[in-house]
Design a protein around this ligand. Structure first.
Ligand code: FES
Length: 101
């Protein structure tokens, strides 16, 4: 099963294939914001995927539309509630100071 690591803190969790990055964050005890509750209606769960981007689920049109509103959008951006892991390990960076204490 793939390991998902969250930067800048380095917390990680091993999760089952099909787990969202948001659920992986919770498993790793990373309090990644998710203001809409994970229904692709905000951008608070925006992350940059540093490793394993190609192993994640494909970006659906709805996620792509919402991502356009994310600050710091890059070609490695995903919404953590929408991206699910495949077989490979993934390294994710949480932009800026969005980690809740
Ligand atoms: S939690 Fe709102 S889009 Fe992911």
């Amino acid at each position: 099963m793939p390991r998902v690591t969250f930067q800048p803190g380095g917390e990680s969790a091993v999760v089952a294939r099909g787990t969202s990055l948001l659920d992986a964050a919770h498993a790793a005890r990373v309090d990644l914001p998710s203001n809409c509750g994970g229904v692709c209606a905000c951008t608070t769960c925006h992350v940059w995927v540093e490793e394993g981007l190609d192993s994640l689920s494909e970006v659906a049109d709805r996620e792509d539309d919402k991502l356009q509103e994310a600050a710091g959008l890059s070609s490695h951006s995903r919404l953590a509630c929408q991206a699910t892991v495949g077989e490979e390990d993934v390294v994710v960076r949480i932009p800026g100071n969005r980690i809740k204490a």
